[in-house]
Design a protein around this ligand. Structure first.
Ligand code: NAP
Length: 477
């Protein structure tokens, strides 16, 4: 018995040694369900001999034909790595197999139905059930369908975690052999986070999308009151068709500008807080942390609104209302036998407004492109900060100036204030102007120097921070 156990252990140790030959080691998969079969199929293609451990040893046409199907105990003896493609609630069938699984690498691929469904992760539960095994979490972010159909573009990354470095390395080698990218997430403590990952629904997009929805609704009703209801009440004119193009083309630039300003506003709050506290080793409030984390998404939503604004603007010359207004203006000049002289100031304002808009949009697109992972991976941290911070502020300045020039002389005209409500674009200037003014104040050396020192680790009052919560904040960009 002892000899048998020794033989078993020595075979496990041999199997765990790095494979230097080209021949792939046999891999065992427990469970012939959708995921087990899809992974088995993919691994056979990559040259791995596969043996399935199943409750029924009968093969079916669905099981890859080059694979063997054995009982769990027999299959486990044939391989050093066993992939458990079975739901967590059935894991207790592994307890009687503890002896045969001793020293093996068990790969937990399981997911749950809800975030934090169990107090401990499925992988920790598995490690607890089979204490002699080396448990690794992997493959749970890849779907059976993607494995089978080969459409792995969206999920090429495989998160791997485990306490045994050698076992983790063996699993990562398999991941690479399948043409996927392993990402080491550390010890088994990371398993719960990895299990929650596929259950998340755009967590970073929630705030930007809800915010843009609320702002869109607010500005839509604001514009309807000013541009449709007001003329209807006072001039008996029906401008309800403004809902199709005019109002969306008013809302889109407003949203683009406000959201772009909101990308930079948390950085301003963070700088003020750090200056006030005299340290960066003090946690930001939760709302500010969350806001900072979704700045990229806010920026991308802003870019989407800017793109829509460009599209809406391009169709202006072919709109019936615009063509009607221009022709009636020309006809009224002809009828009155007069030609309006060229107003140079207006020409300057109009051209500057367009030029600023074009430049602002160009930089906006550049910011969006550099936030793509494939591009940001190719620039260093300093270059990334330069683009996102310096060019970002320049974009905000250009877009704010574009709106200011659009307003031109209308800011002081009483007709801009219908029912005491200013034009919607005037409201859109509040946040960007605030951000730019405070940023301008913050670059004064008397504030910029201490802020830079604080971000490099200097503390105004070190005793105070010794008692406080030592959680290092991400330096605000
Ligand atoms: P499935 O199609 O329902 O297959 C599960 C397999 O578990 C069954 O085919 C069966 O295999 C085995 N099984 C069922 N009850 C059992 C029991 N009482 N005792 C022992 N074995 C039992 O499920 P699946 O979609 O393949 O998912 C398997 C695991 O992969 C799950 O943990 C899931 O979270 C994970 N996963 C699935 C996907 C996916 O896209 N499907 C993606 C990532 C991760 P035998 O009949 O051969 O014994």
């Amino acid at each position: 018995m002892a000899e048998k156990a020794m033989n078993k252990n020595s075979s496990n140790i041999m199997a765990l040694a790095p494979n230097t030959s080209n021949k792939r080691e046999t891999v065992c998969i427990f469970g012939t369900g959708d995921f087990g079969r899809a992974l088995g199929h993919k691994m056979i293609q990559a040259g791995y001999p596969i043996v399935f451990g199943s409750r029924s040893t009968q093969t079916s046409s669905l099981i890859p034909k080059d694979a063997e199907v054995l009982s769990h105990a027999e299959a486990a003896q044939k391989a050093a790595i066993i992939i458990i493609a079975i739901q967590r609630q059935h894991y207790n069938f592994l307890t009687p197999l503890a002896e045969v699984l001793h020293g093996k690498v068990l790969v937990d691929v399981s997911n749950n139905l809800k975030i934090n469904q169990y107090p401990e992760s499925n992988t920790e539960y598995l490690a607890h059930l089979v204490p002699g095994a080396k448990v690794v979490k992997a493959f749970n972010t890849v779907s059976a369908w993607a494995l089978q159909s080969g459409t792995l573009d969206a999920s090429r990354q495989v998160f791997v975690c485990g306490d045994d470095m050698e076992a983790k390395q063996m699993v990562m080698d398999i991941v690479r052999a399948l043409g996927l990218t392993p990402l080491d997430k550390g010890s088994l403590l990371a398993a719960q986070e990895i299990e929650n990952y596929p259950l998340q629904l755009f967590p970073m997009w929630k705030f930007p999308i809800i915010l843009s929805f609320c702002l869109t609704a607010f500005f839509f009703f604001y514009c309807v009151i000013r541009d449709i209801i007001y003329p209807h009440v006072y001039e008996n004119q029906d401008f309800s068709f403004f809902i199709a193009i005019s109002i969306p083309n008013r809302i889109c630039p407003i949203l683009a500008l406000i959201l772009l300003a909101l990308v930079y506003l948390p950085g301003i709050f963070a700088a003020i807080l750090q200056l006030y506290r005299g340290t960066k080793y003090h946690r930001f409030p939760d709302w500010l942390d969350k806001w900072m984390l979704c700045r990229k998404q806010l920026g991308l939503v802003a870019l989407a609104f800017a793109c829509l604004h460009v599209l809406y603007t391009l169709v202006i010359p072919i709109r019936y209302f615009v063509r009607w207004r221009i022709s009636s203006y020309i006809i009224s000049q002809v009828l009155n036998n007069q030609t309006q002289p060229l107003d140079n100031t207006n020409a300057w304002i109009s051209d500057s407004y367009l030029a600023l808009g074009i430049l602002g949009f160009f930089l906006f697109v550049l910011l969006g492109i550099t936030s793509l992972p494939s591009v940001s991976n190719n620039v260093n941290w300093r270059e990334f900060r330069f683009v996102q911070s310096k060019l970002g502020y320049l974009t905000l300045i250009l877009c704010t100036a574009h709106t200011l020039f659009y307003g031109g002389k209308r800011f002081l005209s009483p007709s801009s204030y219908r029912w005491y409500l200013p034009n919607a674009y005037m409201l859109s200037l509040i946040v960007p102007c605030m951000v730019l003014v405070v940023k301008f104040v913050l670059i004064f050396p008397c504030l910029d120097k201490p802020l830079t020192r604080i971000r490099q680790g200097w503390e105004r009052n070190p005793q105070h921070s010794a008692q406080s919560n030592y959680i290092i904040n991400k330096s605000a960009v």
